[in-house]
Design a protein around this ligand. Structure first.
Ligand code: PEP
Ligand code: MN
Length: 347
């Protein structure tokens, strides 16, 4: 909270406020303006804000007490300092655990999905992805196989012993998706679909919440708060690139925004180097950059034959290139002391 001193308040009144804050165990920061002095109280727990504010209001020289309310609470580092570990099946994300999500953009057939699943599993992926309900920009493009696709994904996950994640595009798909997948993805275009966020949150499943195409970090965190507000803190945020004036890449990967978001929230954050760049040649460097900057994992599109893919063919990696990238990810992880791979769930 901020304590606004009156224009007439002198050093003695300021000191008395500081003494009170120190006596109650709070830090403070004084900002002396030309007209008045502002004192920031640092570290006030939620439960004590009201009584402290009331006490300060009675003091000589205090004009106003302004609470600083963040509109995201449960997901903030103020609420929980330590980074959360969120599991998708046996795959941990956060606090030094790197999750590697890989698989095709869309589930096209059993053969394509199982081939991709086996390849990414062999290379060291920890979660299998694949879209059954695709959010396509054009209504004439391949929209996904729907429930048939969910069945294929679940079977590919079973055969490879990989947990799965897939997108739910509408609230009415949530129950269906929850029946087949281990985690629900909320796509960039739906980041501010609050009914969908709450319905997904209510399943209790882990939620991957992608950043909206034009969403600020603050809007993204407030969207996560919608999921948290229904009692589900199993949230993994995903930076997937934002719209800027630049068109040489599909979107602009906002790694600084990812790091800034990590300073604000205890939730693990992953990066999607496939959709953010739109080109397979940029996926490996951006994966390494993301992990080097502190991302808790990545989500990468891998297709057995990218040239034949029904969507996003330019950005999907071949199994061979994904395997090569994983070798580099392993080197980077060991240099940085990060854990790769699935583990038993922490108590
Ligand atoms: C996806 O991951 O399949 C996808 C469509 O991504 P985004 O929502 O980030 O565009
Ligand atoms: Mn895609």
């Amino acid at each position: 909270m901020i304590i606004v001193m009156s224009t007439k308040a002198g050093d003695t009144e300021v000191q008395k406020v500081v003494d009170l804050l120190e006596g109650r165990g709070y830090g403070h920061h004084i900002s002396r303006g030309v007209e008045r002095t502002l004192i920031g109280a640092i570290g006030t727990p939620d439960g004590e804000k009201r009584t402290l504010a009331e006490q300060l209001m009675t003091m000589q020289g205090v004009e106003r007490v302004v609470p600083i309310v963040r509109s995201y609470k449960l997901v903030s580092r103020e609420h929980q300092e330590q980074t959360s570990v969120v599991y998708i099946g046996s795959a941990p994300f956060g606090r030094g655990n790197i999750g590697m999500i890989a698989g095709p953009c869309a589930i096209e057939s059993a053969e394509q999905t199982v081939t991709a699943a086996k390849a990414v599993k062999d290379a060291g992926a920890t979660v299998l992805r694949g879209g059954a309900f695709k959010p396509r920009t054009s209504p004439y493009d391949f929209q996904g196989l729907g429930e048939e696709g969910l069945k294929i994904l679940a079977e590919a996950g079973r055969q490879t012993d990989l947990p799965t994640v897939t997108e739910a595009r509408e609230a009415r798909h949530i129950d269906l998706v929850a029946r087949y997948a281990d985690a629900i993805q909320i796509g960039a275009r739906n980041m501010q679909n609050y009914d969908l966020l709450q319905a997904a949150g209510e399943t209790g499943l882990p939620i991957i919440l992608k950043r909206g195409l034009s969403a600020t970090v603050e809007e993204w965190l407030k969207a996560a708060e919608y999921v948290a507000s229904v009692g589900n803190l199993n949230i993994i945020l995903c930076e997937r690139g934002i719209r800027t004036f630049e068109t040489i890449t599909r979107f602009t990967l906002d790694l600084a925004g990812m790091v800034a978001a990590k300073n604000e929230t205890h939730l693990p954050i992953i990066v999607d180097p496939s959709h953010s760049t739109g080109h397979h040649s940029l996926v490996a460097p951006m994966t390494l950059a993301a992990l080097a900057s502190g991302a808790d994992g990545v989500m990468i599109e891998v297709h057995p034959h990218p040239d034949r893919a029904l969507c996003d063919s330019l950005q999907q990696l071949t199994p061979r290139n994904f395997t090569r990238l994983m070798d580099r990810v392993r080197d980077l992880s060991s240099a940085m002391g990060l854990q790769l791979g699935n583990t038993a769930r922490e108590a």
